[in-house]
Write a protein that binds this ligand. Structure first.
Ligand SMILES: Nc1ncnc2c1ncn2[C@@H]1O[C@H](COP(=O)(O)OP(=O)(O)OP(=O)(O)O)[C@@H](O)[C@H]1O
Ligand SMILES: [Mg+2]
Length: 435
């Protein structure tokens, strides 16, 4: 059965003076699967290694099954750690490597062999058991090492990007397998990744770290729909959430209006009447967050849709859909603070650079494509155009091309607003209203 894990104001300052983890408090129930998510260098491995006992804790307290564990040696924590790069014994076969923890425990050979076969079947490596590590591929070696960690049914699994060196197909397969194995064993699991899609697929809950500071801990659904701040909002979800600069006007009489550059959105009064705190941020610079699915091309509004006019600046063909980049005369924003790491994702979550996008736009703009819906007036294209402010999905079969003018509809129920420091102010952080 899994252990509970409690972190009480846990922190780590390295001997160099670098404070890699600040004041992290969280509690994992027995058997829970928690993902630690964050950009490179945010302190994920440091935190995991403190739980494993491989790194000293310099601040706060760690409890395993409610017992103080700060100074417990790793061997007494009933923890198995799985790293990105596993070390296997080079002279032993895969089977001997997997069986090693059982042999060390003095288990009899017959039951150890049975256990090795069962684990190897789960991981799809039964036919590789007689090979030594030198005769295995990287992915196969990784599965052998995983087998070695799994076989002794530990109370806690600590996994540090265990799948990141595998190809996409194997990664998806093994992540389903990992989930089913840890659920069956009932182990409590902390899984580190910087891949938000992997975090969303695996975690009962996800803890988002940035610069060693816990930003939010919640279910994948909470992180996606009610992110605590603009950083979490933009780290979770592909394509990335659209963030625009905006200002709110809240007159004494009549509805509140959100101004975004050359256009504005009128907010339904029934949506804002419970959110009077919004008056506090009126007139201040805000970040307007709109996920791609909050936008669609069309002109017939429903009660919660508001129109904008847009000009297509780029189309990314994706097969089952296209990603439309449009400009609406607003200014895009990044989450506050420069430390936000854009290293491996751009605003659409893929690796296309701004230069490549501009080039592609030019190529595609030469193709004549009829536009199914048009609207007037639309904002003019900026002179030195780099990319649109908004990204939305267009279904397969609907073709748009550069310069098309479109009526857009914004589903106001999905609107998020963040204040100048990046904290979410709408929907209200403590008063979440179901519309
Ligand atoms: N032994 C050390 N001494 C000093 N600083 C360290 C040490 N180990 C890590 N750091 C620093 O602490 C910070 C957090 O490192 P950590 O390895 O925990 O990040 P991470 O989130 O796991 O990153 P990645 O996704 O790249 O693996 C980084 O700035 C790193 O340079
Ligand atoms: Mg790491």
């Amino acid at each position: 059965m899994g252990s509970t894990i409690t972190l009480n104001h846990l922190g780590k300052t390295y001997a160099s003076g670098h404070r890699a983890v600040h004041d992290v408090s969280l509690h994992l129930n027995a058997g829970e699967f928690l993902v630690l998510l964050g950009p490179s260098g945010c302190g994920k491995s440091t935190l995991l290694r403190m739980i494993a006992g491989l790194e000293t804790i310099t601040e706060g307290r760690l409890l395993l099954n409610q017992q103080p564990a700060n100074d417990l040696p790793p061997s007494e924590r009933d923890v198995a750690m799985i790293f990105q790069n596993f070390a296997l014994y080079p002279t032993m076969t895969a089977a001997q490597n997997i069986a090693f923890p059982l042999a060390a425990r003095g288990e009899d050979e017959h039951s150890a062999t049975r256990a090795v076969h069962a684990v190897a079947d789960r991981l799809g490596i039964r036919s590789l058991l007689t090979r030594t590590p030198a005769r295995l591929s990287g992915g196969e070696r990784q599965r052998v090492a995983m087998g070695r960690a799994i076989i002794r049914h530990p109370a806690v699994f600590l996994m540090d990007e265990p799948l990141s060196s595998l190809d996409a197909r194997l990664r998806v397969r093994l992540r389903a397998e990992i989930l089913s194995i840890v659920r069956r064993i009932g182990a409590t699991t902390v899984y580190v990744t910087h891949d938000q899609a992997e975090a969303m697929a695996l975690g009962d809950r996800i803890a988002v770290l940035r610069d060693g500071v816990l930003q939010q801990i919640g279910t994948p659904d909470e992180l996606y729909n009610l992110p605590a701040n603009a950083f979490v909002a933009s780290f979770v979800g592909t394509p990335r959430i659209n963030l625009l600069h905006g200002t709110l006007y809240a007159p004494i009489e009549g509805p509140m209006t959100l101004s975004m550059g050359t256009q504005h959105l009128v907010l339904p009064t029934e949506m804002t009447e419970q959110q009077q705190h919004l008056r506090v941020v009126q007139g201040q610079p805000l970040l307007v967050g709109l996920r791609p699915e909050a936008l669609r091309v069309g002109s017939a509004t429903t009660a919660y849709e508001r129109p904008l006019s847009a000009t297509v600046t780029h189309v990314e063909y994706q097969g089952h859909e296209s990603l439309l980049h449009v400009t609406v005369g607003a200014v895009t924003a990044d989450p506050p603070r420069t430390a936000f790491d854009h290293e491996d994702r751009n605003e659409t979550g893929n690796m296309l650079s701004a230069a490549a996008r501009t080039l592609l736009s030019r190529v595609r703009s030469t193709r004549p494509a009829p536009s199914p819906v048009t609207a007037e007036p639309a904002p003019p294209l900026p002179q030195h155009y780099q990319g649109g402010e908004l990204v939305l999905r267009a279904p397969q079969g609907v073709s748009h091309s550069l310069g098309d003018r479109l009526p857009l509809l914004v589903d106001i129920r999905s609107l998020m607003l963040f204040d100048g420091t990046g904290h979410r102010v709408f929907p209200h952080p403590t008063h979440v209203q179901a519309f």
